[in-house]
Design a protein around this ligand. Structure first.
Ligand code: CA
Length: 223
């Protein structure tokens, strides 16, 4: 899952990036509204954290322009404390949730997980596919109850597939959702990650759809 964080306070932006990266997300940063607007219009984010008080173009305008352009990714706005009018303006501009500054990182992470869950049609924080369970709260994966250790990239690939279980996902799509903007992308590495995931999770969980991509299938439902 890949996030855009638009925040102009450098220290807070870095803190957010660190916390989100630790939680398993690929993260792009934008430090002003113009950069945020551009990235949000051109890159396929799974969610956005948007500070409303941004230089050049303010957050409300950025959000309104995304929505007018048909961008539907979930957006969580960061508002100044006690500014109830900001929350109203944010929600009216198309935000899906808000957190007032200063906030607890754990709350922000929980709200973000809920947004991504809702956007992909999941009600529970635990994603299940046959014997594979992914607890999005702890970023933990088990197979038939046994914990499995995954690298950061393997975890991101699996998380994306789990959120989109049953849908064919192309290598390009996976690439766009597991790497941040600055990463030197190579879609061939996706094949490597898939191979390793199959070894760790069981060969029949990830199906190859020739020429199209990969699909996560519940081995029990497939039979
Ligand atoms: Ca600000």
């Amino acid at each position: 899952m890949r996030l855009l964080i638009a925040e102009d306070e450098p220290e807070l932006a870095e803190q957010l990036k660190d916390a989100m990266s630790d939680a398993g997300y690929a993260v792009d940063l934008a430090f002003d509204g113009e950069e945020a607007l551009h990235l949000g219009q051109t890159e396929p984010y799974d969610a956005v954290i948007l500070d409303l008080g941004l230089p050049v173009i303010d957050g409300i305008q950025v959000l309104e322009r995304w929505r007018r352009a048909g961008r539907t990714m979930p957006v969580l706005v960061l508002t100044a404390r006690d500014r109830w009018s900001d929350k109203v303006a944010g929600m009216d501009a198309g935000a899906d949730d808000y957190v007032a500054k200063p906030f607890h990182m754990a709350e922000l992470l929980a709200r973000l997980r809920a947004l991504i869950r809702r956007a992909t049609g999941h009600a529970s924080a635990e994603l299940v596919c046959g014997p594979v369970r992914l607890d999005t709260r702890a970023a933990a994966v088990t197979v038939a109850g046994e914990p499995v250790r995954l690298t950061g990239h393997e975890f991101r690939v699996l998380t994306y597939l789990m959120h989109h279980k049953g849908r064919v996902i192309s290598r390009t799509e996976l690439t766009e959702h597991i790497y941040d903007q600055d990463f030197d992308r190579d879609s061939n590495t996706i094949e490597v990650f898939i191979g390793r995931l199959r070894k760790k999770l069981g060969a029949d969980v990830i199906e190859t759809v020739r020429g199209l991509g990969y699909r996560l299938v519940d081995p029990l439902e497939a039979k």
